[in-house]
Each structure stands twice: as C-alpha cells, then as structure tokens.
Design a protein around this ligand. Structure first.
Ligand code: WTA
Length: 651
C-alpha cells in the first residue's frame, strides 16, 4: 500500500489544445499569454499592492482605506479603514455615471412571463425594499434569511440587505423545512423572506408552507415577508407575516447606501462540504466585491454590448458572485431564468439564448451532460449565433463533455472558460482568459492574476509536474472567506491546519509541463488501487469518452488484494444496459487509461445521485458499492438519485 503522502498518480492523456480564435483575441481585454503573464507576475510580486491599486480604481469609497491587507493567519482583513457599499457599487455608481437606462435584468419566469429592469428601476426597488427592512426593525449586522424562487425580487432582497449592512443568508428554494430551520438557528436570523410558491418543471412548489414549518422551529426569526409569485392560497400569520407588495406600496424611494466598513459581513452562505453539519461561509464587503467584479471582467471578457447568462440559482455561490455582485458591479445586462432547463421542453435554454441574444453563457457540467443525453437536436433547432463565449463551473468537466459543448453549443467558434473556484474562494481562482489562454479540454488552465496556487504533498512540499497532490493557495486574496459563521475553530481546522500557512482547498490537482492545472476531485474521494492513488475524474472521463456513456461516477470498493477495486456507476445515452456493453466499457477504460484503472464493477443506472447544486454524491455511491447501503439487486438498472433524495437534506 502506498504511504499516505497526499500524492496521486495520473493516468489521463489529453493532448487536444484550442488556441483562442484570432478575432476574439484582437478585441479582448487581455489579448495574449504575454500580457497575462506580465499581469500575473506583477500581482505575484506584491499581491496586496496589486489589489490595492485595483480597489482604488474599481470601487466607490466613501472613505479611502489605509492598509491593503492585515494578515493575522488565518484571519485576513482587506482594505482596512475604508468604507464602501456593495449595493452602491452595483447600482448607484452606474446611475450616477449616466447609465441608469441600461438593462440590468432580463428576467424570464418558467411559465413564460417576462420582465425587464433597468439599473435605475432596480435601484429604486432596492431602496424601497431596504426601507421595508428597516421598517421591520432590521439593523446593520442582523441576519436576513432568504428562501425565494429566482425572481428579480430575490436579487432585490440581497441588494437591499447589502445597502443597509444587514447580512443575507440565501437558502436554495428546494431545501426542506428542517434545513431552513437549522440554517436560521445557526445564523440567528431575524427576518425571513419568501414567496407564496414557486414554479419548477411545471409544478407549483409550496414555499410558504415549507417556511411555516421552518419558522415553527426557527427560534430567532420574528417576521416574514412574502412575495406573491404564484397567487396561491396560503396561511398568513397576523403580526408575523407581511405581503411584499403591501409593504413596498408604503415604502419611500429614498434610502442612501450606508458607508460600511470594508470588513462588514456582506453575506453568509451555507455549504455542506464533505462532512457533517453545513457551515456558514462568511464573506465581507470590499474584498469580495472587488474580487467578483475583476474576475467577472477578466474571465468573461465582459464588454458593454454583452448579454450575460449564468444559469445558477442565487441559492449557490455562483448566483451570488456571477448573477448578482460581479455582473452588476460591472454594469452588465444579466439574464435570469426562474425554471428548469427541460420545461416545457428540452430546448428551453437554447430558446432563451435565441430570444435574448445571449452572448456569454455560463453553466455547470451536470447540465452539459444532461443536454448531451437529451440529444443535439434541441440546440440545433435554435439560432445560437449570438453566443461568443461559454463557461463552466461546479465540477470537473469530462473532456468529451467539453468537446460536445464546444461543438454543439459553441459551434466551434466560442472559447470555453472552465472556471475552478469554491464557495469559500468567493470568486473564480483559476480559469482560461478567453482571448489569451489556449485551452485544453478538462483543464481549468492557469490561476488568475493575484491568485497563487501550490500543489503540495502531506508534508507541505511542492509536488513535481504531473504528480497529483493537495491544492492550496499560498497567499490571501480579497475574495477569500473570512471564516465560518460562529465557529473560528472549525475554520482553522478545516482550511488551515494540515498545511501550515496555506489555504487548503480540499481538492486534489496536478500541473502539467505547460503549467496548466487539472483538478482531480475531492481529497476524500481518492481511490487507492494496488498502492496507486487514482483520481475519480480521470476514470470517469475515460468512461464518458465512450459514445454510449452520458455520465459516470467512479468510487473505490474494499478489495482484499488491491486495497480498493474500482467500481463505476454509468448512465447511458443511445444504448440499453447489457453484459456486452459492460465488458466493452471495461475494455474501453483499459485502453484509454490502462489496466490499473480498469473497473471491477460496472453498474448501470438511470440517474446518478447528486447534491442540490448538481454535484455527483460519490460518498453515497461508495457505500452502495461496498455493500454498506443496500438497494436491492444492484446489478440491474436503478435510479440512485431516488436514494439521494431519501437520504440527506444537507448535501
Ligand atoms: C468543484 C462552486 C473541477 C471542486 C463555485 C470545488 C470544480 C467545489 C470546478 C466547490 C472546476 C468547482 N473543475 N472541479 N471548474 N469548479 N469544482 O463550493 O471540487 O459549490 O472544491 O463552489 O466544486 O463547490 P462550490
């Protein structure tokens, strides 16, 4: 057995490379690798000074900061002594500069209703709602819990909190009453905001009923504001529950943004991580705001004429950073879509791209694999010629899924930015710059300026080229989490205890001879086969490169001889499960990446279990593969996602 050095073996061979189209580079913000390298080197030489210059230029300061970075490991303070306001930077700044008539949100509801809001209108709504919050007793530092469908009002609620220094905690509107109550109690939330109901895949989700149940167990929540989205008959508790529209009808439009300390908490966002109880990841005002603005502009090469669509819900960090704070700080026009990608048909996303002439499209690998499975014809029916750039986030993208995205959606014209980051990092850390970086399918390529990653072994030493190890970040950055809400010890233990002085991301990664980074999956998911530590994504990508495989998950199963044997769970496209296909897949993996990674156990399934945000739940599959979790006859076709739904709420 291998020593637990933290190192991994790589078995992947991906040699395709796609230079940025010349026409794209010509007009891009960052046009070449030389330009990128100069910027990165400048930032690395003195990250604090680099970010300080940016902060002065990019944010509005009521009072300038005195110190760029105060680092008392592992606690960072950025732009100390300054006061600013994220709502001001997202709204007032543009209106003051004469851009109030620009469109901020192009919103489409699932049933097909639509609304457009300009920056000036959005500002007005945010001011009014901020006054509503104040009228209900919300003060600076109070936590506001938001459980809403993806409507403009969700963003309005977030920005109104930011305006008065209240802390928002957005909870994805698919979570249960129990999950809401746990989060509300941990955060000591004072106010709840919700809607009567929401639409999802043609169904009406009874959000307020769920909230009623949650509030019965939420000890600190005093009042609840309810948006009338669906016109459902619901229970309104006198003295506790208030209609959004009734409160707004009386609210004044006058609510200047409060000058807030750079380190004022902007939001907390709960994430489950790999173990146990969800943690409230805490982000603050100035550093986060700067980081999401700059990363948005760099990675998406944002220009004034762009129409940007990030398909994430605001219940996830991607929605915070690249639906709300990043794009709005940059004055972008953002598409918001409330519903499911396959309602009322599997081409809904492409219909929306065509309708709003979306130029930049940012989604998750789980969605891309679903599109692949549904077939090319849905995208082919629509005019996607407005698209100029594609992005992905949330999991590693299998090279074949990347190729599909490139070919069928990007029509071989659009660069793809595979962005690696986390709830904890606040914004994108590694990604191609689309006008500069030649891309390799499956690699998030290089760190952004001001981001200094290092791949280390368990002793903290840097590993060699092509060796997998723990991904760490060697220097604080403005968008980093400031802690876990109410639990400094857990913050230190989780991110700062195993590798001294560096942020431990919890992912494995390797670097190739060109200095490109390849994320290899979560540290906890590594397989240990005959003394070789293998990454999940490499085996999965080998499977997905077979024309009949839509999705795959690889896990280790205890094995007397090898330590662990490889077990894989596979969903198919255009084929039925059979013994012949099973042996063909085993052979395919052997041919692609070698006998070592060859699966001993191949199981077909209709669907893989996923977290609410679409990540494959490998731990659950590992239990199934090792017989800890019984699900009947596991050699036949199953829908393991049902099991995931029965299981944990907190994933
Ligand atoms: C994974 C989402 C490979 C990774 C913004 C990370 C990725 C976790 C990528 C964070 C990517 C995200 N390639 N893996 N491009 N992007 N991940 O907190 O394991 O929901 O640690 O933040 O997703 O997930 P989170």
């Amino acid at each position: 057995m291998a020593q637990p050095t933290g190192q991994l073996d790589t078995v992947m061979h991906e040699n395709r490379i796609f230079p940025p189209p010349a026409e794209f580079s010509r007009r891009a913000r960052i046009k070449s690798m030389d330009e990128y390298q100069r910027l990165w080197d400048e930032a690395a030489a003195d990250p604090a000074a680099f970010w300080a210059t940016m902060a002065r230029e990019e944010l509005h300061w009521f009072q300038p900061f005195s110190t760029a970075l105060a680092w008392n490991e592992p606690f960072a303070k950025w732009f100390v002594g300054g006061t600013t306001n994220a709502s001001y930077n997202c709204l007032d700044k543009h209106v003051a500069e004469g851009r109030g008539d620009r469109i901020a949100f192009l919103w489409e509801g699932e049933p097909g209703d639509a609304r457009t809001l300009t920056y000036a209108e959005l500002l007005k709504q945010v001011c009014k709602f901020a006054n509503v919050l104040k009228s209900l007793g919300v003060e600076r530092g109070d936590v506001v819990s938001i459980y809403m469908p993806l409507t403009p009002e969700l963003a309005i609620a977030m920005l109104a909190c930011a305006r008065i220094g209240a802390v928002h905690s957005v909870i994805f509107a698919g979570f249960s009453a129990e999950a809401i109550a746990d989060r509300n109690n941990d955060a000591k939330a004072k106010i709840q905001i919700t809607a009567d109901a929401g639409y999802r895949r043609g169904q009406v989700l009874p959000l307020k009923n769920t909230v009623d149940e949650a509030l019965a167990k939420s000890l600190t929540v005093e009042k609840c504001i309810v948006l009338d989205r669906v016109n459902e008959a619901i229970h309104m508790e006198r003295g506790r529950d208030f209609w959004w529209h009734e409160l707004m009808a009386q609210a004044s439009e006058d609510c200047p943004a409060e000058p807030l300390d750079s380190e004022n908490t902007l939001f907390i966002l709960y994430t489950s991580g790999s173990t146990g109880k969800p943690k409230g990841i805490r982000h603050t005002t100035a550093g986060y705001n700067l980081f999401v603005k700059k990363t948005f502009e760099w990675v998406f090469d944002y220009r004034d004429e762009d129409v940007f669509w990030c398909t994430a819900d605001c219940g996830w960090v991607t929605g915070h950073s690249y639906v709300v704070y990043g794009p709005l700080s940059a004055g972008a026009t953002v598409v918001l879509y409330e519903g499911a990608p396959n309602y009322p048909h599997e081409g809904r996303f492409w219909e929306i791209v065509e309708k709003y002439k979306v130029t930049i499209f940012y989604t998750a690998p789980t969605a891309i694999r679903a599109f692949m499975k549904w077939g090319d014809e849905h995208a082919e029916k629509h005019d996607l010629s407005s698209l100029r750039l594609l992005g992905t986030v949330g999991e590693g993208i299998n090279p074949e899924a990347w190729m599909w995205y490139h070919r069928v959606i990007g029509r071989e014209r659009c660069p793809i930015v595979d962005t690696w980051w986390q709830t904890e990092t606040g914004g994108i850390m590694m990604s191609p710059l689309p006008g500069a970086t030649p891309t390799k399918p499956g690699s998030c390529t290089k760190p952004l300026p001001g981001v200094i990653p290092q791949i280390v072994d368990s002793q903290g030493g840097e590993v060699d080229v092509h060796h997998g190890g723990w991904l760490t970040i060697a220097h604080p950055w403005p968008g980093m989490l400031r802690g876990i809400w109410g639990d400094d010890e857990r913050y230190k233990e989780t991110y700062w205890s195993k590798v001294p002085g560096k942020y431990l991301a919890g992912d494995n990664a390797r670097r190739d001879e060109d200095g490109y980074y390849w994320i290899m999956g979560r540290i906890d998911d590594v397989l240990n086969v005959s003394g070789h530590r293998l990454s999940t994504i490499e085996i999965e990508s080998a499977l997905v490169s077979h024309p009949h495989v839509a999705e795959a998950a690889a896990v280790g199963r205890p094995d007397e001889l090898k330590g662990e044997a490889v077990a894989v769970f596979v969903t198919l496209r255009g084929a039925r499960p059979s013994e012949a296909l099973r042996s063909e897949l085993v052979k395919h993996v052997r041919n692609q990446i070698g006998a070592l990674a060859q699966p001993d156990d191949v199981r077909f399934t209709n669907a893989l279990p996923k977290t609410r945000s679409g990540k494959i739940m490998r731990r659950l599959l590992k239990d199934i593969a090792s017989g800890k979790e019984t699900v009947g006859d596991t050699t036949t076709l199953e829908d393991y996602s049902v099991l995931a739904r029965l299981r944990s709420e907190d994933e």
